[in-house]
Design a protein around this ligand. Structure first.
Ligand SMILES: [Zn+2]
Ligand SMILES: [Zn+2]
Length: 371
């Protein structure tokens, strides 16, 4: 495991050692190694060398940091320093050099988090790259608290509980009612890949559900990052999981429509129950028929662009009945009485909880306990 620690990291490392042996601080003297800037402390006592992605045109980047601070947070780095101390050549002077197989940008995010904390981070699309880097390295170097903090931050948008999902969805909706999660949240393909990489299963059910609402053809073509132009794909097994899950979620919605909406009987306390006029007597049944029609009309997302979002459709079945805004997407002229509505509301809540509970099973995810 510590193989990459040996003093045979090639010419680059020898050059670096010579710089240090000759008493030059790299920041001033070493031209062959890029300086990380503010993560090079004059009193630093260990030099980390980010060696990932070094090509003939790019050089490694160095960080002169504090051994004690890193060892305090990371048992993995602590072990590395111990091995280094034990194998140090007698002639070697100056801060030991530790080549790490990480990208310079990732290491910079990770070290900044260790030195400055993470309160400046936003857990949305803005800082996702930094958060992913910190989470990856905190996992790899076993910095437990930092990992927990990152996971807690990410769980705001990729939550474990339905109530948190509702808050996330509300936050991703603009004041004029347009649902735009991609504007503020990282793409679920990125989240799924990261969660797999750092073994964070609790982020997966919501990310899979989010992705299941996209067109399958879009998911298969992958997500192309507008900044790096790199395209990210789901693994084959996760793509299969996703498509299977999507079938389950739409089947759940069909069953809900058949069992709870089509031909729904009025409540025993229905205010129209004793009406003599047959039309008025049927008021609440007619109201539920109208909801059924609205849901079916929007099955392909043509009306509100929330294609295949059963969790939303089920909730909307209830909201449609109380929505006052005449400019809203539906203006149901027939509304159920308050007793029929209350009864239906209980059914909706139970169905949505049930739906949420089943997510891991549907998407083939091993998440225990859930939620
Ligand atoms: Zn430097
Ligand atoms: Zn009624």
């Amino acid at each position: 495991m510590l193989g990459w620690l040996r003093w045979s990291e090639g010419a680059l490392l020898l050059l670096a050692i010579r710089h240090v042996e000759s008493g030059l601080h790299w920041c001033g003297g070493g031209r062959s190694v890029r300086c990380s800037g503010d993560l090079c402390f004059a009193d630093g006592n260990v030099t980390l060398l980010a060696t990932n992605n070094i090509t003939t045109s790019t050089t490694a980047c160095h960080f002169v940091v504090h051994k004690g601070l890193l060892a305090r947070h990371s048992p993995v780095l602590q072990d590395i320093f111990k091995v280094l101390e034990a194998t140090k050549p007698d002639s070697f002077q100056g801060p030991p050099i530790v080549p790490l197989p990480d990208a310079a940008e990732d290491l910079a995010c990770f070290l900044t988090a260790l030195y400055d904390g993470t309160s400046h981070l936003h857990y949305d699309i803005t800082d996702f790259t930094s958060i992913a880097a910190i989470l990856r390295l905190a996992t790899k170097y076993k910095v437990k608290r930092l990992r927990q903090d990152m996971l807690a931050g990410m769980s705001i948008a990729w939550p474990r509980f339905l109530t948190q999902w509702e808050i996330r969805e509300a936050n991703a909706t603009s004041p004029n009612g347009i649902y735009e999660p991609r504007k503020s949240l990282p793409h679920p393909i990125l989240v799924i890949k990261l969660a797999r990489e750092v073994n964070a299963p609790y982020l997966l059910p919501s990310a899979f559900y989010d992705l299941s609402r996209c067109y399958p053809s879009d998911t298969v073509s992958g997500y192309t990052c507008p900044k790096t132009h790199q395209t990210h794909f789901l693994s084959d097994s996760d793509l299969t999981n996703l498509l299977k899950g999507k079938e389950h979620t739409s089947r759940f919605l069909s069953t809900f429509i058949v069992n709870e909406l089509e031909g729904r009987q009025p409540s025993l306390a229905c205010v129209y129950k004793t009406e003599i006029d047959p039309l008025r007597k049927r008021n609440c049944q007619a109201a539920f028929e109208a909801i059924t029609f609205e849901i079916l009309r929007d099955v392909n997302g043509v009306v509100c662009h929330r294609s295949s979002d059963p969790l939303f459709a089920i909730m909307d079945a209830e909201l449609m009945q109380t929505r006052e805004d005449p400019t809203g997407r539906t203006d149901l002229t027939v509304r159920a009485c308050e007793f029929c509505r209350a009864e239906f509301s209980t059914v909706v809540d139970a169905a949505r909880e049930e739906f949420w509970r089943r997510l891991p099973q549907w998407f083939g995810l091993d998440v225990h306990p859930w939620p």
